[in-house]
Ligand binder design. Structure first.
Ligand SMILES: O=C(O)CCC(=O)C(=O)O
Length: 263
């Protein structure tokens, strides 16, 4: 069956103007259920691997590197609650297949303007009930600008794996904040402060909270200012964020070239 997943001209111009684009209810409930099972399997593996990895602390958060995998834990010196796993697709076959799904890939091909694309990075973002912390306003591009010569061509797709609300810390973007490249960071004396965007460099009134249902997608520009609040509810707020780049280029952390062949 051929499914039409390319961007319409209207979607293309709205992505260009706003720096993001939402497509609601793209994955069915049963697909989301299976992806969440894969996510939890990957999280269990990442936890095991982290027990033998190299730990370090930044601003009170524990990170563990195991080969090219990085696991970030919730704040607290010994917290065992995982917040982010990057990259993740190598941990589970289902995730490996998901990154080639045409519902993710076709719009990204349109955004990059090339048929041949490759994987840049992918992150499982786990915001556990009551414990999941927020993420201050930031752009992704300052994290990547020293490793990629194509930082403008690293579009993301965010797959929401639970119904996201303001209370459980939905993803938020600043509409139109992607047009000036890498913005200045904060200078608050913390180790990671330089990666958070200076609040004077963007218009906070253009904030858009993306209260989207599980199975919805957000395509977003690597320069858009985005962030989220903590999860104050008793339910999960999980997401998978995948970032692509033009074909034939090495992935951020493994250094391997992972060209995408659509399923
Ligand atoms: O936790 C969130 O929802 C934000 C994730 C995020 O901003 C990121 O991974 O760059």
């Amino acid at each position: 069956m051929i499914i039409e997943t390319n961007l319409t001209p209207k979607e293309k111009s709205s992505y260009k103007k706003d720096g993001f684009l939402v497509r609601e209810n793209i994955f069915s409930k049963s697909e989301v259920f299976k992806i969440n099972e894969a996510l939890e399997r990957a999280a269990s593996k990442a936890l095991l691997l982290s027990q033998k990895g190299t730990a370090y602390h930044l601003d009170g958060k524990r990170f563990v590197d195991s080969d090219y995998l990085t696991v970030q834990f919730e704040p607290g010196l010994d917290s065992e609650t995982i917040r982010v796993i990057e990259p993740a697709h190598q941990l589970d076959e289902e995730l490996r297949e998901l990154i080639t799904d045409q519902r993710l890939v076709n719009p990204i091909q349109d955004i990059i303007g090339m048929k041949l694309i490759s994987l840049w990075t992918d992150k499982l973002n786990l915001k556990r009930p009551k414990e999941g912390t927020g993420f201050g306003w930031h752009q992704d591009s300052p994290y990547w600008v020293h490793d990629s010569e194509n930082v403008d061509l690293l579009p993301n797709v965010y797959l929401s794996l639970d119904n996201a609300t303001l209370e459980n810390g939905c993803f938020k973007v600043i509409r139109g904040s992607h047009t000036s490249g890498c913005l200045p960071g904060t200078n608050d004396g913390t180790q990671l402060g330089g990666f958070y965007t200076d609040p004077n460099a963007f218009d906070k009134t253009a904030e858009v909270p993306l209260e989207i249902s599980a199975g919805s997608l957000v395509f977003f520009n690597p320069h858009i200012v985005h962030g989220s609040e903590p999860n104050s509810t008793n339910t999960q707020r999980r997401a998978y964020i995948i970032t692509y780049q033009p074909g034939g280029l090495p992935a951020l952390k493994s250094g391997e070239i992972e060209n995408i062949r659509v399923r």
